[in-house]
Write a protein that binds this ligand. Structure first.
Ligand SMILES: Cc1cc2nc3c(=O)[nH]c(=O)nc-3n(C[C@H](O)[C@H](O)[C@H](O)COP(=O)(O)OP(=O)(O)OC[C@H]3O[C@@H](n4cnc5c(N)ncnc54)[C@H](O)[C@@H]3O)c2cc1C
Length: 513
């Protein structure tokens, strides 16, 4: 058996999913080789939004502030008709997960640029091979060999890795090579996406607007950095040729009252929506992430974000496995945890699409976004992150704290420094107790298991309490203590991705061990 590895993890594709995975792994000292067949960032602005969950992921890499500087907070979304009637308006609630608003409008190329720059700074652990296309992945019992070809020179080579992450997008050649079917359907309607640069402000330009109309529903989005996007469906009798010139595109924009004085068109593209997922996301040591594993319509703004969340979910587990703290079995929880969330987002996107096309009962206005013969839609921007199953101890239920993401309030440490909760939780596991040292709740065996995971033990106090020592967290506005008490928990174990793995309510042994 060949026990030599050129790298710990090979990442195929350096789009949002591959970038996020590479950064997360390299940040923790894992050796990564990433392959990207293109040299430059994909120029079309595709994804339009990120939310507070995604920003919390990037906070764990110290990148959220730099990213936020390229973004604009989203205030609200509204549904309007062409004759100006507002059917519904939803204000974005404040976030419970940190310093960022619930939702941001982004400009994807700018966001990817920040991430790529961060990758350049991690060159000690991260080697990005631009212009190299992966042609084949051969799996062996203890690793996999990735074969590549330089698209400019024809040079070929191979890299041996312990694990391979296929982040090679919707038409993933790795998925095909592994014979993993992509299940689901592609919606026949073709959409034209028009990207423009803003020349002057118009009323409510910054409000995400769905122009609800059965014939021509339109998505109208203020992107960051002075960019704006419209997405129009083509009618069944129309083709791409009908919208190939700017004059033809302008007719669409004029129908919304947007003129040449308002914006300058800089690109347009056509695409169809997919509601698809790979039948399995893992084959031995090869994992599918992002669009390679699932494709959803854009209405919930969750396509790209789901890939980023896949990366952060899988990669903390890979770090633990590669550094010898958790057994390989934890990797089985990647698909188990991510697939139900992706399915929820996909269904939300499908249902929001129905509202946009006004496929709801006219007699029942879509207040609270409920649709005809459909369960009320939980607006994706209001959903709190939650696991349905996975690497947790105890049942996951609506009133259970298990599987939920811990809020991130402003806190202070014992020395009086004010910061955000995650700054005190650290990058790994943390057990936190309501006014008690969490260790007091653990048996010797339990304590030994959490110690092996290098967990931190922290005591949360109210601002009026007397501090105990240097492991105190002062919960300045009471958010954390209230949240734990509402769920009847005195001690919780927080995973590196901030989900609750265990609580004294259901037993504090480490999950699955
Ligand atoms: C027109 C359009 C509009 C969209 N609008 C939205 C939206 O509004 N909101 C939203 O959230 N999402 C949207 N999406 C989806 C979003 O862009 C994707 O979900 C996201 O880009 C997926 O990221 P990814 O990294 O998984 O895949 P990709 O972004 O596809 O990246 C895959 C990367 O892998 C590289 N690659 C592929 N094969 C190989 C190989 N063999 N060797 C080396 N490199 C390889 C590719 O060059 C590419 O850089 C849209 C997508 C499109 C196409």
């Amino acid at each position: 058996m060949n026990t030599y590895f050129d790298t710990d993890v090979a990442v195929i594709g350096y789009g949002p999913s591959g970038l996020s995975a590479s950064l997360k792994l390299a940040h923790h000292g894992v050796r990564v080789t990433a392959f990207e067949k293109e040299h430059s960032i994909y120029p079309r602005a595709r994804a339009v939004t990120v939310n507070d969950w995604t920003m919390r992921c990037f906070q764990s890499l110290g990148l959220d502030q730099a990213l936020a500087r390229t973004m604009d907070a989203t205030a609200a979304l509204r549904w309007v008709t062409y004759d100006g009637q507002q059917l519904m308006r939803v204000e974005f609630p404040p976030s419970r997960f940190g310093r960022h608003p619930r939702s941001y409008a982004i400009y994807q190329p700018a966001m990817e640029e920040v991430l790529r720059e961060a990758g350049n700074d991690m060159s000690e652990h991260l080697n990005v091979m631009y212009g190299k296309e992966v042609t084949e992945v051969r799996q062996e019992p203890d690793g996999a060999t990735v074969h590549w070809r330089d698209l400019a020179t024809g040079e070929i080579g191979q890299v041996r890795a312990r694990y391979v992450l296929a982040c090679d997008g919707g038409s993933s050649a790795t998925r095909e090579q592994l014979d993993i079917r992509l299940l689901g359907e592609t919606v026949e309607t073709r959409w034209v996406v028009i990207d423009a640069r803003v020349k002057r402000w118009w009323p409510e330009r910054h409000i995400l607007t769905f122009w609800s109309d059965r014939e021509r529903p339109v998505v109208d989005i203020a992107l960051a950095q002075g960019n704006h996007r419209w997405e129009f469906p083509l009618a069944s009798h129309e083709s791409e040729a009908d919208f190939s010139t700017h004059a033809q595109l302008w007719k669409l924009l004029h129908s919304l009252g947007v003129t040449e004085q308002d914006v300058e068109i800089h690109q347009h593209a056509f695409y169809k929506h997919h509601v698809r997922h790979a039948e399995r996301w893992r084959e031995g040591r090869i994992f599918l992430l992002g669009d390679a594993a699932h494709l959803m319509p854009p209405w919930a703004g969750a396509g790209m974000q789901s890939g980023i969340r896949d990366a952060f979910n899988l990669c903390w587990k890979l770090v633990e496995v590669l550094q010898g703290r958790l057994s390989e079995s934890v990797l089985d929880s990647y698909e188990a945890e991510r697939a139900p969330n992706v399915e929820k987002m996909t269904q939300a996107a499908v249902q929001l699409g129905r509202i946009i096309r006004r496929e709801f009962n006219e007699a029942t206005p879509p207040q609270g976004a409920s649709t005809h013969n459909q369960a009320p839609i939980e607006m994706p921007n209001r959903q709190d992150p939650c696991l349905d199953t996975g690497w947790v101890r105890g049942p996951i239920a609506i009133d259970s704290i298990i599987g939920k993401m811990v809020p991130q309030p402003r806190v202070a440490n014992a020395q009086g420094r004010l910061c955000w909760l995650d700054d005190l939780l650290g990058e790994g596991f943390a057990l936190i107790g309501d006014g008690v040292d969490p260790s007091e709740f653990l048996s010797c065996t339990e304590k030994g298991a959490w110690d092996r995971l290098q967990s931190r033990y922290l005591c949360v106090l109210a601002p009026q309490d007397q501090g105990h020592g240097h492991h105190d967290i002062i919960d300045l506005d009471g958010t954390l203590l209230q949240w734990m008490r509402e769920h009847g928990a005195r001690v919780v174990a927080v995973r590196p991705d901030r989900f609750i793995a265990a609580a004294n309510t259901h037993g504090l042994a480490t999950p699955w061990e």
